[in-house]
Design a protein around this ligand. Sequence first.
Ligand code: CA
Ligand code: CA
Ligand code: CA
Length: 175
Amino acid sequence: MNRICVGLLFMSIVSVRGDCPNGYVRHDDSCYKFFSSVLATWAESLTYCELFESKLAVIETEREQTFIEGLLSREWHTGASDGVWVDGTDLLIEGEWVWADDGTPINTQGYNKWFPGEPNSLGRRGEDCMDLLHHEKYNWNDNSCERKQNFLCEIETEGSSGMGGGNANNGIIGK
Ligand SMILES: [Ca+2]
Ligand SMILES: [Ca+2]
Ligand SMILES: [Ca+2]
């Protein structure tokens, strides 16, 4: 098209492919930030991530889950909440879990690491948002979306190819 477009595209690629933004930790093709001193509802935490050009973490593989367990254990401190919000939700249709970011179903065909007995949709109003519970070794749980707790943001740095990561829209560039 024109030089400015090409230049902008190039800068985007460089910033996306390069190091993680300050405060983020790299693992494979993603950058992660555990916000361990902010308490937010699930929806608020999603907005926080967006403010920092990221999104709530989407956990696609055992390898990613293991990394996240390590990261959260290392950075856990007294005063941190037991639950840590990630991107999973069944707010749209009760019992049908998806990653909110792109609607990918979370079912037995794909990767999942629900704690035994979860999701259990406890209480009269149920539980529709996914968190990782410190006291359950960061296995997955459904919790009340209104609960205020810490959260984990992720930036996917590889837009295409690769399993799971290839979700058409490069959100980071688009922003
Ligand atoms: Ca991920
Ligand atoms: Ca539910
Ligand atoms: Ca639960």
